[in-house]
Design a protein around this ligand. Structure first.
Ligand SMILES: Cc1cc2nc3c(=O)[nH]c(=O)nc-3n(C[C@H](O)[C@H](O)[C@H](O)COP(=O)(O)O)c2cc1C
Length: 178
């Protein structure tokens, strides 16, 4: 399976990265290919809302999002990876998702698989309520088949994350994909 992983943390060596690396090891051990995009490093402008695309067509903005669009349309699965920022995903990841606008129908028709990898400082049991609800709504709207989530509570630094159970959970999620 071809997997596009959208890594939304601007901190490429941080906690999100730990989950991403473990997920990737697991997925590769099961024979999948993971194509990672560190979206915070890419030149991707926010959707301008012009709707020149007609919600399905070429986007007038010729930036790095063209690479992501092409990769997603050739993939079987999207993995969303993000630290929790003010109880949602990072703006960098949301920017890429907003740009789905120009190929929304194509994504919908593909019935792709999806997963969520995320980390947060907070460890309360409600920490991921808003993000998880947003993710589940995207799954429903974009007709994804949800393969699972790793919601890393109490993962405020790389050291906290590395010594938690979440890296192993990310590995197992990747390995479990069929
Ligand atoms: C701008 C910003 C907003 C954050 N918002 C939250 C938050 O709402 N809740 C929380 O528990 N942690 C929050 N955090 C902490 C991060 O989610 C946490 O440190 C995470 O491990 C960072 O992941 P990274 O190392 O991949 O960047 C925030 C951190 C930053 C920099």
């Amino acid at each position: 399976m071809e997997i596009v992983l959208l890594q939304g943390s601007p901190n490429k060596k941080g906690s999100t990265n730990i989950l991403v690396e473990e997920f990737t090891k697991g997925a590769e051990a099961s024979g999948h290919n993971v194509l990672r995009f560190d979206v915070a490093d890419m030149n991707i402008k926010p959707c301008s809302g012009c709707v020149a695309c007609g919600y399905e067509g070429p986007c007038i903005q010729k930036d790095d999002n063209q690479k992501i669009r092409k990769a997603i349309l050739n993939a079987d699965m999207i993995v969303f990876a993000t630290p929790l920022y003010y109880y949602g995903m990072t703006a960098q990841l949301k920017t890429v998702i907003d740009r789905f606008c120009a190929y929304n129908t194509s994504i919908n028709r593909k019935h792709m698989k999806s997963a969520l990898l995320t980390v947060a400082w907070n460890s309360d049991n409600w920490t991921f309520d808003a993000l998880n609800s947003h993710y589940q709504t995207l799954v429903r709207y974009l007709d994804f088949q949800d393969c699972g989530s790793v919601l890393g509570r109490g993962c405020g630094s790389s050291a906290m994350t590395r010594y938690s159970d979440y890296p192993e959970m990310a590995y197992v999620l990747g390995k479990s994909l069929s």
